[in-house]
Design a protein around this ligand. Structure first.
Ligand SMILES: NC(=O)C1=CN([C@@H]2O[C@H](COP(=O)(O)OP(=O)(O)OC[C@H]3O[C@@H](n4cnc5c(N)ncnc54)[C@H](OP(=O)(O)O)[C@@H]3O)[C@@H](O)[C@H]2O)C=CC1
Ligand SMILES: C[C@H]1O[C@H](OP(=O)(O)OP(=O)(O)OC[C@H]2O[C@@H](n3cnc4c(=O)[nH]c(N)nc43)[C@H](O)[C@@H]2O)[C@@H](O)[C@@H](O)C1=O
Length: 314
């Protein structure tokens, strides 16, 4: 039987979108709208309007965005601010206009000030200057939060905003230049092991601290909040624990089986010194992350190995 709710997952081929599809499918949701990128370019207002008018989704998970790690954010500031502003404005407006019942917007922990007190509570938003390497992306994400809040206040549109910490898992981007640190290190250590390299050099000083959430936990939180939360306040989604980048590198090296040296390269940017979310708000609602970091890195490495041949072919 077809589920009653028509659910559109924007960005369903990406890390987060594909995890939300898996999570909803596991619950028996089989009325998912998954248009191809070729048939629906979300930067085109006309295409977005036509899609919503024709398909009439009931719910929307907005997981389509221009996304990347520290180097990509710093190198393509125009694309990061423009694409994200345009995609989210097109989708949020069309969703409201065509009667969507509920929308989930995904922000990021980088919306908080560079030197926000740790762990960062939701109230830290707009209390200080942003981290320069990703301020373009962060400004777009803050505008997305404000769009959701404004459409709720003026039109009563039920749009909620989640702030995930750094994510990883199956379906991640393993590009050496443009990805986030965790997938980059998985690939770097795996390739170094294959070649028998004596040293792997990671970017920056290794001292910044980051928090990592498995994408299946994020998808679970997004579905949980869509079912149980309806307010304008943003909600942090993380594990509430962080580690230094050098310790992450040691963990990934151990999982991959790389036994050489690990060096640091201080000429590369560190980014924000620490980014740890205060997750007491979502814990108080009854949600907790489940996947431990080592277990998550192991399963991500397995996924990477199973798909490395596809990547080489592509
Ligand atoms: N990854 C992370 O660590 C974090 C991610 N987030 C947020 O989660 C959300 C999803 O990120 P993530 O899954 O990692 O990113 P990915 O890059 O893995 O996926 C992004 C998706 O958006 C789609 N997309 C991009 N531009 C367009 C467009 N113009 N038209 C249609 N589709 C488009 C891509 O399509 P295609 O597959 O065709 O390229 C892809 O499926 C984003 O809002 C991001 O900001 C928040 C915190 C951390
Ligand atoms: C999710 C989040 O992601 C980004 O912020 P970030 O956390 O700084 O990003 P990152 O994962 O790329 O790096 C984390 C740390 O790790 C170090 N590092 C070491 N070696 C590699 C390496 O090989 N690749 C990368 N990418 N980083 C490396 C790197 O120097 C930095 O100190 C933003 O785009 C932001 O917009 C955002 O939302």
């Amino acid at each position: 039987m077809e589920s009653a709710s028509r659910i559109y997952i924007a960005g369903h081929r990406g890390l987060v979108g594909s995890a939300i599809v898996r999570r909803l499918a596991a619950d028996g949701e089989n009325n998912l709208l998954l248009p191809s990128r070729e048939s629906l370019d979300l930067t085109s207002q006309a295409q977005v309007e036509r899609f919503f008018e024709t398909e009439r989704p009931d719910q929307v998970y907005l997981a389509a965005a221009k996304v990347g790690g520290i180097h990509a954010n710093d190198t393509y500031p125009a694309e990061f601010i423009r694409d994200n502003l345009v995609i989210q404005t097109n989708v949020i407006h069309a969703a409201w206009k065509h009667g969507v019942r509920k929308l989930c917007f995904l922000g990021s922990s980088c919306i908080y000030p560079k030197l926000a007190p740790q762990p960062m509570t939701e109230d830290a938003l707009l209390t200080g200057p942003l981290e320069p390497t990703n301020e373009w992306y962060a400004i777009a994400k803050i505008a997305g939060i404000k769009l959701c809040q404004a459409y709720r206040r003026q039109y009563g549109f039920d749009a909620i905003s989640l702030m995930p910490t750094n994510l990883y898992g199956p379906g991640d981007n393993f590009d050496l230049q443009n990805s986030h640190v965790l997938p980059a290190l998985v690939r770097r250590f795996d390739e170094a092991k294959q070649r028998g390299d004596a040293t792997v050099t990671i970017w920056g000083t290794g001292t910044p601290r980051r928090e990592f959430l498995h994408v299946d936990d994020l998808a679970d939180a997004a579905v949980f909040l869509m079912r149980n939360y309806s307010d304008e306040g943003i909600v942090n989604v993380g594990v509430g624990e962080d580690l230094s980048i050098i310790d992450l590198a040691r963990l990934v090296a151990r999982v991959v089986g790389y036994t050489g040296e690990i060096a640091t390269d201080a000429s590369k940017p560190d980014g924000t010194p620490r980014k740890l979310l205060d997750v007491s708000r979502i814990h108080a609602m009854g949600w907790n992350a489940r996947v431990g970091l080592e277990e998550g890195v192991r399963s991500t490495y397995d996924w990477y190995l199973a798909h490395a041949a596809d990547r080489r072919a592509g």
